[in-house]
Design a protein around this ligand. Structure first.
Ligand code: BGC
Length: 403
């Protein structure tokens, strides 16, 4: 046959492949950008929430198949995870990649559906922040069985060997930073201490508490602080190191479940049952920013509370404003840009057949998961401008009253 005929066949093949590629991209990454988080009040049930990141820079945009990574985050109802979504979108856009970000809306069942949907779409790497560390094992195992590499993101997936890598912050250091802040603000002895914790389904809640207890316990044992809202903690106050079960007992009594309303109700109940003598100048270990704002509001509204020092974490915009306004004492900045970049770098390394950098390991009850924990920074009124604005984390225009 003639050379011309072969050229024509080749051209038709190229065009057919190009058309197929366009269709694949369109179905794999539908541009169903959601409304702003505040508007989306109903939790996702069946339809995955999709966030598309499209390259705008000069680099070539790999087809979806070339960066076959799916991301699953716990909930859109907490600003922390919206931060992660935004930072993922920024980083992906900058790198010229495209990936789906799905939210589990506080449901392990939805999380599993999201993972299954991503597996069906042909992802090769799953980046997942589990809603519930133990419940996520089943989804991780499905991914593993489908040949997908699993990166546990921020929170550790427990009770399975189907976790390839863990990118996280040093969560024990977060708890230590919170407790150290309280200790540094102390004058005198016999000071009322109120303890609050995260959700016991989240392994991080234990790590935060473990870190905090290691700093607070000596100051409780020597009478500097007096615990006011947990009989379990009082019973264990002479023990420097707690077992997981002992921590579970305390967390069970003072859990916010990472929920603002639960935190508010618990703080109000604690204040109602406390006498005026249990109040005055109080110290509050609040596990994160969302719960810290609720708890702080409850304490501020109690006329028997003369002053309070309250911790937080995540450097949420609303809490930075609270810190500027003197309503929250501190937060722990966990620079989400670092976590996102580490997760994307690990995914790329895995796609290339390599092994991501390991600087630590975390036992998940079955294996030691290779990990890369990142450092955290204490932020209060004194360094808020430097740590948050000058570092480029947020813009000054997002706040009022910043000096
Ligand atoms: C995260 C925190 C977050 C909390 C509630 C933890 O696992 O590390 O940053 O505030 O979950 O979502």
């Amino acid at each position: 046959m003639s050379k011309k005929f072969y050229s024509l066949i080749a051209l038709i093949m190229v065009l057919t492949m190009a058309l197929a590629a366009c269709q694949t991209t369109a179905t794999e990454a539908p541009a169903t950008e959601n409304a702003t988080p505040m508007q989306q009040e109903t939790p996702m049930t069946t339809e995955p929430v999709t966030t598309e990141a499209v390259a705008t820079g000069e680099g070539t945009v790999p087809a979806a198949g070339e960066f076959s990574v799916g991301i699953v985050l716990p909930t859109r109802d907490e600003p922390r995870w919206i931060q992660d979504e935004t930072r993922f979108r920024d980083a992906l856009t900058q790198a010229g990649y495209n990936a789906e970000i799905l939210f589990s809306q506080g449901s392990s069942a939805t999380e599993k559906q999201n993972v299954e949907s991503l597996i069906t779409q042909g992802i090769q790497v799953l980046i997942i922040c589990p809603q519930d560390g133990a419940a996520a094992a089943a989804a991780a195992e499905e991914a593993r069985n489908a040949g997908v590499k699993v990166i546990s993101y921020d929170r550790l997936i427990l009770d399975t060997d189907a976790v390839d890598y863990y990118v996280t912050f040093d969560s024990v250091a977060v708890g230590k930073a919170q407790a150290q802040y309280l200790v540094d603000k102390v004058t005198g002895t016999g000071l009322p201490l109120y303890l609050y914790a995260g959700a016991s389904s989240d392994n991080n809640a234990f790590l935060f508490f473990e870190g905090a207890w290691s700093v607070l316990q000596p100051k409780i044992a020597d009478g500097t602080f007096v615990i006011k809202n947990s009989s379990e903690a009082v019973a264990l106050q002479d023990k420097a190191e707690l077992t997981r079960d002992e921590m579970a007992g305390i967390i069970g009594q003072v859990t916010t479940n990472w929920d603002f309303n639960t935190a508010k109700n618990l703080a109000e109940a604690n204040l109602t049952s406390a006498s005026a003598a249990d109040k005055g100048d109080v110290f509050i270990l609040a596990p994160n920013d969302g719960t810290a704002r609720s708890i702080a509001d409850a304490f501020a509204a109690d006329t028997d509370v003369t002053s309070y020092v309250v911790t937080g974490q995540d450097a949420e915009v609303a809490s930075i404003q609270y810190i500027i306004d003197g309503k929250q004492s501190m937060t722990v900045l966990k620079d989400v840009r670092t976590l996102v970049n580490d997760a994307i770098a690990a995914a790329i390394t895995m796609l290339e057949g390599g092994t991501p950098e390991q600087t630590a390991s975390y036992n998940n009850n079955v294996i030691d998961v290779p990990a890369k924990p990142s450092e955290v920074i204490t932020v209060d009124k004194d360094n808020v401008k430097e740590a948050i604005i000058d570092s480029g984390y947020y813009e000054a225009s997002q706040f009022t009253g910043l000096e």
